[in-house]
Design a protein around this ligand. Structure first.
Ligand code: AMP
Length: 398
């Protein structure tokens, strides 16, 4: 069985072709600069990468090129697109859809209907799906939503203390994001602990350019730090995360900003970049901090501080924690940040073995638990694409 996973952004389209018989990626790549030029990188394990500038007017062009390369006599890995059994799409926002769903006219119409609450990520995901429908008519396709895993939250976790009619009228509530990643590492941590997830209290920390932390009790999400949009919770590369909401109207008035300009400040000019003034990239901010840049150090400290607050509140919400997991670009690679987040949390039963943490090879899952720690601590590389492929395989076969 072969499953193609597609992750369409506004000007990019990433893809991975899985052979599910042996859980292997047989080709993957990225189309970039869609609509503003065009660049493709196509990779096959053990073979030389193929890179080319090709005009990509839209997502239709990108998908057509991906399918051409996958079936190319020289660069391809399959003889024809008939060998692809199904296509899985990463879709950031599923609104009220609580699980991965087969693509139909009804699903697409629903996704169009919620573009208003998901203006950035909704349209490109829909374009990716439409392009695949055109190129591969009749091929089973599945949408896997970043929000779905969080749909088990109770109203007490997802309702904002605003006038209730805004929830009813504008679907204004906490949705949470990165759900596919949180679900994947939660599953892995249950395997590594040899205990069913349905009997565990787990906190998963997805720390990357976008970051979120999730509390999972007995297999169900009870809380997550991202909210109505991915700009709640931790400070991120360029997003502010939690701030006093009244700062927004104050700044709009003081700086005479339109809603779009204000949104740009909150989403593109804040977080690590805004505080450090150096970069949105954690490695660069770390390097500046190491070289003595005080604001860079402050930016990293704000991230550590907020992560501790959120973890602590989730331990309180679940009345304990059995395992904490770090994942994504920063969580998987930044040993210093992992150490700083877990430092001085012994009162909560969380103690990391700093030596094991410092020696854990990048790209590998490691058990970082110190002797005597009540909670276990792990780093586990995430694999959202594999999770999407698994869901696609399961749902397309039903
Ligand atoms: P992601 O969004 O998951 O791809 O993560 C991107 C973030 O991971 C960026 O802020 C990178 O700087 C960060 N990152 C990647 N490698 C490292 C590293 N070795 N140390 C610190 N941060 C890293």
């Amino acid at each position: 069985m072969k499953i193609l996973v597609v992750n369409a952004g506004s000007s990019s389209l990433k893809y991975q072709l899985f052979d599910m018989d042996d859980n292997r990626v047989i080709a993957k790549g990225n189309c970039e600069k869609i609509g503003i030029g065009g660049l493709i990188t196509h990779k096959r394990p053990g073979k030389e990468d193929y890179k080319a500038e090709v005009e990509l007017k839209d997502h239709d062009d990108a998908i057509a090129l991906v399918l051409k390369l996958l079936t190319d006599a020289e660069l391809g890995v399959i003889a024809s697109i008939d060998e692809i059994d199904a296509i899985g799409h990463r879709v950031a926002h599923g609104g009220k859809l609580k699980e991965s769903t087969l693509v139909s006219d009804e699903t697409l119409n629903y996704l169009y209907s919620i573009v208003g609450i998901n203006p950035l990520h909704g349209p490109p995901a829909i374009k990716g799906i439409e392009a695949c429908r055109k190129s591969c008519p009749g091929k089973p396709m599945v949408c896997v939503f970043d929000t779905a895993f969080h749909s088990t939250m109770e109203p007490v976790s997802y309702i904002y203390p605003l006038p209730y009619e805004y929830y009813e009228k504008f679907q204004l509530r906490r949705y949470g994001f990165h759900g596919t990643s949180h679900r994947y590492v939660a599953g892995r941590v249950s395997e590594m602990c040899g205990k069913p997830l349905s009997e565990m209290k787990v906190i998963t920390c997805h720390l990357g350019n976008g970051s979120s932390i999730t509390a999972i009790k007995n297999g169900k999400v009870v809380d997550t730090s991202m909210g109505f949009t991915p700009n709640e919770g931790l400070p991120m590369g360029t997003r502010c995360g939690n701030i006093d909401p009244t700062i927004v109207p104050y700044l709009m008035k003081e700086l005479n900003l339109t809603p779009a300009e204000m949104d740009n400040v909150l989403n593109k000019k804040s977080g690590l970049l805004g505080v450090s003034g150096v970069s949105s990239d954690c490695r660069e901010v770390n390097a500046a901090a190491d070289a003595g840049n005080e604001r860079a150090k402050l930016a990293i400290d704000l991230l550590i501080h907020e992560a501790k607050k959120i973890i602590g509140s989730y331990v309180a919400e679940m009345n304990g924690v059995d395992a904490i997991v770090f994942t994504a670009g920063i969580g998987e690679n930044d040993r210093g940040l992992r150490e700083a987040i877990c430092a001085d949390m012994d009162a909560l039963g969380i103690v990391m073995d700093n030596k094991v943490n410092a020696e854990c090879p990048r790209g590998e899952a490691c058990d970082l638990t110190a002797e005597g720690s009540r909670a276990r601590v792990f780093v586990i590389p995430t694999d959202e694409e594999y999770m999407i492929a698994l869901d696609t395989l399961k749902i397309s076969a039903q």
